[in-house]
Write a protein that binds this ligand. Sequence first.
Ligand code: BGC
Length: 378
Amino acid sequence: MKKLFAVSLMILLVAGMVFAGGNRASGTTPTPGQTMIGMAMPETHVLRWLKDGASLVEEAQKRGYFAAVNWANADQPTQNQQIQSFLTQGAKALIVGCINDGVAPVIAEARRDGVAVIAYDRIISNSADYDYYITFNNFKVGELQGQAIVDALNLNAATATAPKRIALFAGSPTDGNAFFFFDGAMSKLSPYIDRGVLQIVGPAPRASSDTANFLRISTENWSASIAKTRMENLLISDARDVTLDAVLAPNDTLARAIIEACRADAKYRTSLPVVTGQDAEFESMMSIKNGEQYMTVFKDTAKLAEAAVILADAILKGQTPNIPGAVIASSIGLESIGNTGRKTVTAYLLDPILVTRSNLLVPVNAGFYNDTESAQLR
Ligand code: BGC
């Protein structure tokens, strides 16, 4: 049944698109004088990116641009080819949600061609060839996840004689966001670990800077099957003789994979650990509604897409960007979000929102789902 929801969501999202090999263009060729913006999206196995791509095209069209979007199926060489093809077609700006820093050489090509690049949602690491990054406050995403666990387990009342137990998962180590999500979450959990009232089961990095242990909990390419297998293994090894009270999961796709693994273990069949998430994916929202997944983080990607196109529009017109609803990372002490390893770009941050069963309608009322989905969530 759940699979069905996901598939129907995909079909609804791609309906009406020219969807051949992950391509969608707003017309076959630009009209004379029309400026082209190319949008490179990383993947479709995490559903948000389908929405991101569709919203970006819509926002660019609204402002008179010729827009084309590609999804690269989490395959880095494919993404580079797709971006090169935008350059060949004469794109003047690129909005790039990258897969990993293997994209840097084509970003350098774009700069040589005088094409403006905006890093979208994910930073483009190891590049000095672009100036702007637009994303959410990714540290806060993690803080919301960590704080939700603190509240759900009532850690303030927990004791070291009966500690609560948690297993840690992180996102892809090739995605800069994964580090901020994790560090944000640990900033909330660490005081309780220090007091001995929260115990980590399995690999126990206290920060992403503990590279060896961070890699042990991370999930290459945000792959659900990797997370599910790791959870299954954890349940028959480190977590075999204890009951987990919580699992820190970095996004909804992985949260559902972890829940699936737990469900197969008799210990959790009737009572799941508190599992966090992110993205407000419809399936996870249903899971929260049904009392399975504990929380998600709503990041309004329609707003992110709008902000990215406003930014591109300002850059192309040589104007000073003014992005409604965004703060510049350095103004709130989060300059590091814009650090590519080669320079610090201007990073604009949108605000992520905590969603639990008690405020499930927030993303619904923001128009984040189609009518059928909204009706099911209400
Ligand atoms: C995004 C998340 C998403 C993850 C996997 C991250 O970079 O910020 O929203 O869940 O990638 O696609």
